[in-house]
Design a protein around this ligand. Structure first.
Ligand SMILES: Nc1ncnc2c1ncn2[C@@H]1O[C@H](COP(=O)(O)OP(=O)(O)OP(=O)(O)O)[C@@H](O)[C@H]1O
Length: 277
């Protein structure tokens, strides 16, 4: 299967003004972390994160297991509330944020077919009971074709392979048409062809000026396709150009920091002097 793109199709144009940043938007801060601490039951999972994400950024989030990467995306989504500090989605309404959860968190037993799953990507525009019109049906068909799933409309999601399910979830992201796209391990356990097709969509979003944050474990893929990286080990280890961040020193430090982490630690006050940008 391969991806088919119709970037100049009229349906894309019809929605372009809703989501795509203008030239002036590019580079302005779209997401800011202010000495952010996120956690569960008062136990921090992400600690003292400070920095800005400019609009149009293609940012990889890397780090050992348990480093807080998924928690960070959930924080941006608004699903986990800060214990301290804050997250500013300065110029972006919540419906401009799209989120792809880790495959393990998606309930594949939910009785819904591929068409209806992908159609939920339209909710923010149609509303839950808004109904799907002819133009919307065309957009759903296009999105499915873009991910190589034309003809899968009536398949219950429980019958899809892992790769097909991920393609369906990417089709839903296409319809969400969001300016900030959060991807949690989007390419894990996929074959090379599926990764290439889905990566092409991510690069297309990047080309359209959307902001993409992706949690990734494959450093080679990150080095090749993600210009900037945040290396997280509960606290930020490094954040900048990928080739400067993914170096042995930082990776070893990240591993040691995660191993040394006290799971039972409570929230601490911000440390003066740690507020580097
Ligand atoms: N719902 C939850 N309730 C309590 N603790 C949680 C919850 N979700 C995550 N944690 C804890 O928060 C910490 C960070 O987890 P998180 O899933 O964000 O890490 P991660 O970097 O995404 O890890 P991985 O690479 O293994 O997916 C871990 O110690 C984890 O056990």
């Amino acid at each position: 299967m391969s991806a088919h793109h119709h970037p100049t199709h009229e349906h894309d144009h019809a929605h372009a003004h809703l989501a795509r940043p203008t030239a002036e938007d590019r580079g302005a801060t779209v997401l800011a972390f202010r000495d952010l601490t996120l956690g569960y039951d008062r136990h921090p999972a992400v600690h003292h994160l400070h920095g800005n994400v400019p609009e149009g950024e293609l940012l990889a989030i890397c780090g050992p297991n348990g480093a807080g990467k998924s928690t960070l995306l959930k924080g941006v989504m608004g699903a986990v509330r800060p214990l301290a500090g804050g997250i500013d989605l300065t110029r972006l309404p919540r419906q401009e944020v799209a989120y792809l959860p880790q495959a393990a968190e998606v309930d594949r037993t939910f009785p819904i077919d591929v068409y209806d799953l992908v159609a939920t990507g339209l909710w923010r525009r149609t509303g839950l009971f808004g109904g799907v019109g002819r133009a919307d049906r065309a957009r759903i068909g296009e999105a499915l074709a873009s991910v190589g799933l034309a003809g899968f409309e009536g398949r219950p999601i429980g019958t899809l392979s892992g790769g097909q399910m991920q393609r369906a979830l990417f089709a839903r992201l296409l319809l969400q048409d969001a300016r900030l796209i959060l991807l949690d391990e989007p390419f894990t356990a996929l074959d090379a062809g599926t990764v290439a097709d889905l990566l092409a969509l991510v690069r297309r979003w990047h080309g359209e000026g959307r902001t993409v944050l992706a949690v990734l474990h494959d450093f080679e893929l990150v080095r090749r396709h993600f210009p900037r990286t945040l290396l997280l080990a509960r606290s930020p280890v490094a954040w900048g150009p990928t080739e400067e961040v993914l170096v042995d020193d930082n990776l070893n430090r990240a591993r040691r920091m995660c191993e040394a982490w006290d799971e039972g630690a409570a929230v601490c006050a911000p440390i003066v002097g740690e507020r580097a940008a």
